[in-house]
Design a protein around this ligand. Structure first.
Ligand SMILES: C[S@@+](CC[C@H](N)C(=O)[O-])C[C@H]1O[C@@H](n2cnc3c(N)ncnc32)[C@H](O)[C@@H]1O
Length: 226
């Protein structure tokens, strides 16, 4: 397991505490439409941390080509129709460039600043000229508005039970995912980033935010700084 991360519930748990069975069940929501509206039609997308393909599959259905990367072979086993690569994102060097690189699922909030920098460097290393990086950030109040919960029509309740400081600006977050027949939990470390800190993190790796794609500013399109 990655330090500070753990998960409970049926099935395989990945090093960052995610459950393969949970991600196979979670509804996908608006994410594929947000991506599709922000990038050129038919683009080749490098998706970093793809999981079971929850977002990958709708992107393929929308006509994109996707290279899907994850460090969990059990997650990748469930991806269909995309080229898959099993690797830690921070070490990835495919020797190829892509129109779009996606660093989603709040990976930019890595507690380890060195790891965050390596994740962003991977994005830059794989970016084609004129391409863009799509980054998914946490919402501004996600660490202070706790506990909170959201009920999904699918029967799922997502509860963010706590976000406790563990030092150096990092919080340990505890989340529960409750279905009528099964419950999963995940504990993970996250470093909240103000807009200024987020911009500085991008700038460290030569990136700049070009557009916020959602009103809550959680989806960002970034590109190489001029
Ligand atoms: C929260 S899940 C989200 C999966 C997918 N993006 C989705 O929205 O359904 C995060 C995924 O990223 C993968 N992951 C996390 N950190 C990683 C790293 N440093 N390198 C490779 N994969 C990583 C995990 O194995 C897991 O499958």
């Amino acid at each position: 397991m990655r330090a500070g991360h753990q998960g409970t519930g049926p099935g395989t748990i990945t090093p960052d505490g995610c459950a393969v069975e949970l991600y196979s069940r979670l509804p996908v929501g608006a994410d594929p439409d947000i991506v599709a509206a922000a990038v050129p039609a038919g683009a080749h997308i490098l998706e970093l941390g793809c999981g079971v393909g929850r977002v990958t599959h709708p992107l393929l259905e929308r006509g994109f080509t996707v290279t899907a990367v994850d460090e969990s072979p059990e997650m990748l086993d469930r991806v269909r129709g995309a080229r898959t690569v099993c690797a830690p994102i921070e070490d990835l060097d495919l020797g190829e460039s892509f129109d779009v690189v996606m660093l989603t699922s709040f990976l930019v909030h890595s507690a380890d600043v060195g790891l965050r920098r390596a994740l962003l460097r991977t994005c830059v290393r794989h970016l084609a000229a004129g391409g863009c990086v799509l980054i998914q950030r946490e919402g501004a109040d996600w660490h202070t508005n706790v506990p909170r919960e959201r009920a999904d029509p699918s029967g799922l309740t997502v509860r963010i039970a706590s976000a406790e400081p563990v030092g150096d600006g990092v919080n340990s977050v505890y989340a529960e995912y409750v279905f009528p027949d099964a419950t999963w939990t995940q504990t993970f470390l996250s470093r909240p980033l103000t807009d200024e800190q987020f911009d500085a993190a991008l700038a460290e790796e030569g990136l700049t935010a070009q557009a916020y794609l959602t009103d809550d500013r959680t989806w960002v399109r970034a590109g190489l700084a001029a």
